[in-house]
Design a binder for this molecule. Structure first.
Ligand SMILES: NC(=O)c1ccc[n+]([C@@H]2O[C@H](COP(=O)([O-])OP(=O)(O)OC[C@H]3O[C@@H](n4cnc5c(N)ncnc54)[C@H](O)[C@@H]3O)[C@@H](O)[C@H]2O)c1
Length: 301
């Protein structure tokens, strides 16, 4: 599908000092071929951010995108919907053998793996904010998918990318892994660990030509978040939950969408980011960049 690409630039001011330009009417939604020839494996690709990213990879001319997900029904439907470049393999990322098999499937079918996008993740049950009441079985389950599953992906992608001397691995962290208090303890700890895992392996992998980065998105109303908020607010309906989620951001006039994460992933997957590794690309509209001092109101001091 070809979409509009237009960039009209108007020059503001005429003096030498006013040589600045204001870009207007910019749409970057066109097919640009930024991933031409690349083969991608997307864990958690059946739904939410993984599926949106797979769609964007295909629009950027990826040669093949394999969705690896525990949900085989949704995964098959997603692959059908995304068209002939998409394929599906059932994969539970908590089982290392299944992750290894998904990587091997990509290589045997397409001769290479250029991109691993680790998007499989769970939020876990809404647990007690009180750490003394933490259910460690819930913690293990979340860590099993979000951290161990991500690490298994990094391990097996590195196994095939390092001998080829190139590749881009992208992991989904979160704003919950940047500041405390934004998620349940298991989820937040898991996302701090994902960002840490990226840092830990980036140094080794860069010497072998493989880049590894993560993306930390703001809250987006994917199925994961709608389900999580549903557990908090009860039966208020999907529309109301979407409104609540969309009202949480700080950046005026816009909201965080699946496409924002997908486009960040395209950048990290493409050669445009060829010198970027060990990076945490925060897509949060400034949310974690500031905090105001909790000062008392002057006339009350
Ligand atoms: N949506 C957000 O607001 C948000 C914000 C920050 C980070 N994230 C992270 O982005 C990633 C994607 O989240 P999402 O919102 O798209 O969630 P989602 O629930 O919409 O999609 C997650 C996908 O992962 C799959 N999955 C779950 N467990 C799996 C397993 N064991 N093996 C393989 N696949 C498995 C699910 O079947 C699903 O298709 C997650 O890592 C999440 O923590 C999401």
């Amino acid at each position: 599908m070809l979409r509009l690409l237009s960039r009209k630039v108007i020059t503001i001011g005429r003096s030498k000092d006013a040589l600045w330009q204001k870009p207007v009417n910019f749409s970057s939604a066109a097919r640009n071929g930024r991933l031409q020839g690349k083969v991608a494996l997307v864990t958690g690709g059946a739904n939410g951010l993984g599926k949106a990213t797979a769609r964007e990879f295909i629009q950027e001319d990826a040669a093949a995108v394999i969705l690896a997900d525990i949900d085989s029904q949704l995964g098959r439907e997603a692959a059908r919907e995304l068209g002939p470049q998409a394929d599906f393999i059932e994969c539970d990322v908590t089982d290392e053998h299944q992750v290894a098999a998904a990587v091997d499937f990509a290589v045997s079918r397409h001769g290479r793996l250029s991109i691993l996008h680790n998007s499989a993740g769970i939020s876990g049950p809404p647990s007690s904010p009180d750490v003394a009441g933490l259910n460690l079985a819930d913690f293990d389950a979340v860590m099993g998918v979000n951290v161990r599953g991500t690490l298994a992906g990094i391990k097996h992608a590195a196994r095939v990318m390092a001998p080829a001397g190139s590749g881009s691995i992208i992991c989904l962290a979160s704003i919950s892994g940047l500041m405390g208090g934004l998620g349940t303890h298991p989820y937040a700890i898991s996302k701090f660990a994902v960002a840490g895992a990226v840092r830990s392996v980036a140094g080794e992998l860069c010497r072998r030509g493989v880049r590894v980065n993560c993306i930390s998105p703001f809250v987006i109303a994917t199925p994961l978040v709608v389900e999580q908020f549903g557990k908090i607010y009860g039966d208020v309906g999907r529309e109301r939950i979407m409104e609540i989620v969309e009202g949480l951001g700080e950046l005026k006039g816009t909201k965080c969408e699946e496409a924002d994460v997908a486009k960040a992933a395209v950048y990290l997957a493409s050669d445009e980011s060829k010198y970027v590794t060990g990076h945490n690309l925060v897509v949060d509209g400034g949310f974690t960049s500031y905090k105001f001092l909790n000062m008392p109101i002057p006339d009350r001091v």
